[in-house]
Design a protein around this ligand. Structure first.
Ligand code: RBF
Length: 164
């Protein structure tokens, strides 16, 4: 499937989020970008019937801390059904790029497996700021929207498997 816009999705394939409890962890680094991603995720969850009081948002300093933030959230609130991790790592600005991206992608996978719940990678890993702007509500859509759709689909899948 070739995807040209992160905000394009088939709404008929997205389950209702009514009753789902979802956490959002957003990194403060590149805040103008991560705020736009978090807004995209939040609005999309609301569009798909997730109640306002069922969405909780926390902030961590940088993308490296997303893993710990998601783990803390899931450990402190057993009623959460899933977590969306939001960050933006820009290659041109850091030689830490590869370390951070590797740590976050692996870390998020580990947290998801540890808690047995979906933890979603809504982290932009771009060459420059313009590529990030283009994917935070710009010409290529909003990766936060994609993260929200993904968490809803994964929670629904988990619930379906539980009833089998
Ligand atoms: N965090 C991000 O979320 N995005 C970045 O682009 C980013 N660049 C960084 C560049 C340098 C040189 C350093 C030291 C940190 C950077 N961080 C970035 C922060 C990182 O995710 C983490 O918060 C800190 O390294 C503290 O563990």
């Amino acid at each position: 499937m070739k995807k040209t816009n992160l905000s394009d999705y088939d709404t008929t394939l997205v389950p209702s989020g009514k009753g789902y409890r979802i956490g959002i962890v957003a990194a403060e680094w590149n805040q103008e970008i991560t705020e736009a991603l978090a807004r995209g995720a939040y609005d999309t969850l609301r569009e798909h019937a997730v109640e306002e009081h069922d969405i909780s948002l926390i902030h961590v300093p940088g993308s490296f801390e997303l893993t710990t933030g998601a783990d803390m959230m899931l450990s402190s609130d057993a009623t959460l059904d899933g977590v969306i991790c939001i960050g933006c790592v820009i290659q041109g600005e850091t030689r830490h790029f590869d370390f951070i991206c590797e740590a976050v992608s692996q870390g998020i996978t580990n947290v998801a497996l540890k808690h047995g719940k979906p933890v979603i990678f809504s982290v932009l890993t771009t060459n420059d700021m313009q590529q990030a702007i283009d994917r935070a509500g710009g010409v290529h859509g909003n990766k936060g929207v994609e993260g929200a759709v993904t968490v809803l689909k994964m929670i629904h899948l988990q619930q379906q498997l539980k009833t089998v």
